[in-house]
Design a protein around this ligand. Structure first.
Ligand code: FES
Length: 507
């Protein structure tokens, strides 16, 4: 199965790409959903079941994006703890979020049961642990906030991993599964109800009239409602200033002592580390993750894997590192996902983004909220997740400034013309951004010594891209667009590739 990077995730191995079975007929759809990850497919099935005629269009293949690279923690607790949600959205906001998360986990479990999906779904507890006084105080506050939100938590005397700890919070009723098997099964159910899936079809533009008309790399499509389930939407939008793209790193390892953890376990560092076990086709692995950073802000992405592996080897009897991969998520400015009307557009254009590291619960929250908005014209969570909300929370100014700063940093790192001769000395696998005759070039030398040169100006809003060694892609630090060495779009919000440059001529 294809995914948006050079590394292979635990879910990809020996899995063929999804093959849609329904023929596309050009007709007026009730709802067009852009993005065939867990959010888009879950929503499509809910709507199709209610008699809506849906089309899901996907720039690549099913689960190509973050769904193929998630570590698939199904939680009712979030990266942004309820103690913080209470400060920013009040106790009632935290209670609403907790209720939405409970409904999301219930929907996911119900789908697994109703469609008899073989995706190694398991309910199990989550543990969050502290390792020093400061973290213990933080954990006390998290427990207090989580209880106020209405989620049952308690202190535990133990954690199911051999890592030192001071205090532990345990939350029951969490779950884990294989996300790709789950989404493929839902896609089949959706198609059996007449739903359409179009793969390798990128949206290039759309007209927001009463009927939405989408220009794509295949046909023109028309629909009464339009949903962007693509993380960040295409075009330039308010949400591009309210969401920051992050990369997260994961390993799947085999343990020599077979002592795989029975639970979802998180420490309290920033970024935090997390651990869980997963069976895939009868074989057990431990998944460990962490070392997150802003997309395009880390020159040495391989180092993130090295640090993560060192952390895991410090505590566990690692026999083999079987898989390593990274994936992308979007951090919202005020800690709450944006689900609902796409800012600046008519009310039947929707978006779901800003999931932080909580894509599993937020995907199903989004499916429930947006299906309610489409089917009933309202949702009890409309105001909580409203993407148009103006929420000046602490840290918002820094959030925007940090995003802007990176552009300057990267441009100041562009090489001058005088250094052009260094081009020829790039080692295979190496990449740099050069200034050539007054214009810049992003150059990658592949393992065979061939040079690939593209214009480094991201086609979304002209920020300068930076090379991601681990996933072999040009990543944009501003809103997270990613491109191949030859400039093809891997992930949006860009809808056009980086312009190729014939660098050989300039040498
Ligand atoms: Fe917006 Fe690159 S993704 S400028």
């Amino acid at each position: 199965m294809q995914r948006d990077g050079a590394c292979t995730s635990l879910w990809q191995q020996d899995v063929p790409d999804y093959q849609p079975k329904n023929e596309f007929r050009n007709e007026l759809f009730d709802v067009i959903i852009v993005g065939a990850g867990i959010t888009g497919i879950t929503l499509a099935l809910l709507l199709q079941k209610q008699g809506k005629k849906c089309a899901v269009i996907e720039a690549h293949k099913l689960c190509y994006g973050t769904t193929g690279g998630t570590t698939a923690h199904i939680n009712t607790i979030f990266d942004n703890p309820y103690s913080q949600v209470i400060k920013d959205f009040g106790e009632s906001g935290a209670q609403q979020l907790a209720k939405a998360a409970g409904n999301a986990v219930a929907l996911l479990e119900q789908n697994v049961k109703q469609y008899n999906i073989d995706c190694e779904f398991r309910k199990l507890p989550a543990y969050v642990f502290s390792q020093n006084d400061e973290q213990s105080k933080q954990l006390d506050q998290i427990i207090d906030g989580t209880l106020k939100a209405g989620i049952e938590v308690s202190y535990s005397n133990d954690i199911p991993i051999p890592v030192p700890y001071e205090k532990v919070m345990v939350v029951r009723g969490q779950a884990q599964f294989n996300p790709v098997k789950y989404v493929f099964a839902l896609a089949k159910e959706y198609e059996s109800l007449g739903g359409i899936i179009i793969q390798n079809c990128r949206v290039e533009n759309f007209k927001d009239d009463e009927i939405k008309v989408l220009q794509t790399t295949q046909d023109e499509l028309s629909g009464k409602s339009l949903v962007f389930a693509t993380h960040i939407p295409i075009g330039i939008n308010l949400l591009h200033f309210r969401c920051a793209p992050y990369r997260s790193y994961a390993l799947a390892v085999k343990l020599g002592n077979n002592d795989y953890p029975d639970g979802l376990i998180y420490d309290l560092y920033d970024p935090y580390h997390y651990y869980r076990a997963q069976e895939v086709n009868g074989e057990l692995f431990m998944i460990a993750g962490g070392e997150d950073h802003k997309t395009g802000h880390n020159e040495n992405t391989q180092e993130c894997f090295r640090k993560l592996e060192a952390d895991v080897r410090r505590h566990f009897d690692v026999k083999e590192v079987s898989y390593k991969w990274s994936s992308q998520y979007y951090e919202p400015a005020d800690g709450m996902a944006y689900i609902g009307n796409l800012p600046g557009h008519s009310e039947n254009v929707y978006v779901a983004t800003g999931f932080s590291g909580n894509g599993m619960p937020y995907s199903h929250i989004s499916a429930l909220v947006i299906s309610d908005l489409i089917l009933r014209g309202n949702s009890e969570y409309k105001s909580l997740f409203n993407p148009n909300r103006i929420k000046p929370v602490a840290g918002f100014t820094n959030f925007i400034k940090e995003n802007a700063d990176v552009v300057g940093q990267l441009i100041s790192g562009v090489f001058s013309k005088e250094k052009l001769h260094e081009l020829a000395q790039l080692a295979p696998g190496e990449s740099k951004v050069f200034s050539v005759d007054g214009s810049s070039a992003a150059i990658h030398k592949d393992e065979n010594g061939k040079l690939h040169a593209v214009d480094p100006a991201c086609t979304h809003a002209k920020c300068t891209v930076s090379w991601n060694y681990a996933e072999q892609s040009w990543d944009c630090p501003c809103h997270g667009a990613r491109y191949s060495a030859d400039g093809e779009v891997i992930t949006g919000p860009a809808s056009k590739g980086l312009k190729p440059i014939n660098i050989e001529e300039k040498l």
